[in-house]
Design a protein around this ligand. Structure first.
Ligand code: NDP
Length: 203
């Protein structure tokens, strides 16, 4: 039998863990942050493999149509209401377990090998994923400014670096896992400051 695919959550959140406002992001203009998300989620662990991004239907809806499906990644959308469909680059499934089944099927069967699997939001899908032990890692962009938010990430990752069963890892481990040299210092775009972090489960 296949080992359970490891899941990495990737999220940008304020210090109060705010992630969304009125069905979109609370901030605008973080172009380099979005470019980091694109590079990290696209970068496959081996040649000939493709990474997967798993998201909730509301997050899918929040992506401008011209940018979706997110290119060079297999897109899996979780929905109870949308009709289940399958195409080369995007698939709609009825639950997170179904999305994970798809991953293990693809890693045995298809054309392109399954690379890394990312949970890209929103709050409902992060919450479902965090109930699974195989969700061992969180790539957090910590937004250092405060923004009004109506949606929050379901776990508080404290600035101290440890809490709620999670621990922040060092720069060497972050660089190795994402496959690039990640800026360690505070980033700033259009007046918003942020830092790149990686967290792993303590157990
Ligand atoms: P989600 O993106 O998590 O989507 C929710 C939808 O997913 C539900 O309405 C339902 O779709 C489907 N769904 C949820 N749970 C299940 C389940 N167990 N089985 C089957 N389908 C399920 O929505 P949220 O409102 O939680 O988050 C969206 C917000 O988060 C937006 O503001 C967005 O901009 C923000 N966001 C922020 C990110 C960040 O990094 N800052 C990243 C991603 C999103 P249906 O209704 O079709 O049945």
């Amino acid at each position: 039998t296949m080992p359970l695919p490891e899941l990495t959550l990737i999220v940008a959140a304020t210090s109060k863990m705010g992630i969304g406002l009125r069905s979109t992001l609370p901030w605008t203009g973080l172009k380099k942050e979005m470019a980091y998300f694109a590079r990290v989620t696209k970068r496959a662990p081996s040649p000939g493999s493709t990474n997967t991004v798993i998201m909730g239907r509301k997050t899918w809806d929040s992506i401008p149509p011209r940018f979706r499906p997110l290119k060079d990644r297999r897109n899996v959308i979780i929905s109870r209401s949308l009709e289940q469909t399958t195409s080369a680059e995007s698939q709609i499934v009825g639950s997170l377990p179904e999305a994970l089944n798809l991953l293990s099927q693809q890693s045995t069967a298809s054309d392109s090998k399954t690379g890394k699997a990312f949970i890209i939001g929103g709050a409902q899908i992060y919450e479902a994923a965090l109930e699974l032990k195989q969700a061992r890692r969180i790539l957090l962009t910590r937004i250092l400014s405060d923004f009004e938010c109506d949606t929050t990430f379901p776990v508080v990752l404290p600035e101290s670096g440890e809490g709620n069963g999670w621990q922040r890892k060092g720069k060497a481990e972050l660089d190795a896992w994402v496959g690039e040299t990640v800026a360690e210092e505070i980033q700033e775009e259009t007046g918003t400051k942020y830092v790149f972090e990686m967290w792993e489960r303590l157990d």
